[in-house]
Design a protein around this ligand. Structure first.
Ligand SMILES: [Zn+2]
Length: 244
């Protein structure tokens, strides 16, 4: 670490000498400060610690500062806790895989929801990712089952129908007694295109109701802060109010 700082200092002073007694002192100082900033950004911590920070900061929602704080916290933990934490990560990697039926995370061949006999097998909710099922489960309002599509159609990102779990969806619809498919893809261009594609897939299945989750104004929001697209959706999805 010290050696690199010395090299940078040497480069800085050589710059001063070569530039006729501080003529371009400002530029050299700027280059030096910038080099020091880059140096501090990437080589501030010991190499092995830096490696873990790099890993953590590559995670979604985790910036470099948060990763640094997390690593410092981990190092402050008692040795056993840190080893248990590392062991749990390794154990998770070994034992968690995708449910053979719906594509959710599971420890056994089937996930907890697919194993649950109390769930209503007639209702199937299509979501993009496993984390979406957790959101529905938190609401405790949906008692059917799920199918994880693994994303949404996005030709620009090279995601076509073959990249999604649509074949397994078709198989399930053939084998199971499904009466309603609820499409819960995102309310954006790709999510809508995916919903349209699925609607087309089951166009000949007249006995199955295909529905789309409602979109509109978030609960608790005031209209001033709602986008025009949300207002448009809210109008499309309006529900009649019956007078008593
Ligand atoms: Zn499952």
């Amino acid at each position: 670490m010290i050696n690199i700082k010395r090299i940078l200092l040497f480069v800085f002073f050589r710059g001063l000498i070569n530039n006729n007694c501080f003529r371009e002192c400002g530029t050299s100082l700027l280059i030096f400060n910038f080099s020091l900033f880059i140096f501090n950004l990437f080589f501030m911590y010991p190499k092995k610690m830096q490696k873990v920070i790099d890993w953590l900061s590559s995670l979604p929602g985790m910036g470099r500062k948060s990763a640094e704080r997390a690593v410092i916290h981990l190092l402050d933990l008692p040795g056993k806790s840190l080893r248990d934490f590392a062991g749990d990560i390794l154990e998770m990697e070994k034992s968690i895989h995708r449910c053979s039926l719906c594509g959710n995370y599971a420890e056994a061949s089937l996930c907890g929801i697919c194993q649950d006999k109390e769930r209503d097998g007639r209702l199937l909710c299509l979501v993009e990712q496993p984390r979406d099922t957790a959101l529905f489960e938190k609401s405790s309002k949906f008692k059917g089952r799920y199918h994880i599509l693994g994303g949404k159609l996005s030709p620009l990102d090279g995601i076509g129908p073959d990249e999604l779990n649509l074949k397994s969806l078709k198989d399930r619809v053939e084998k199971e007694s499904i009466t309603e498919i609820i499409i819960a893809t995102s309310a954006d261009v790709e999510g809508e295109a995916t919903a349209d594609y699925i609607l087309d897939m089951f166009r000949d299945k007249g006995d199955i109701q295909l529905s789309r989750i409602g979109f509109g104004i978030p609960y608790g929001a005031t209209l001033d802060f709602v986008s025009t697209q949300s207002i448009e959706k809210a109008l499309q999805n309006r529900v009649p109010l019956r007078r008593q």
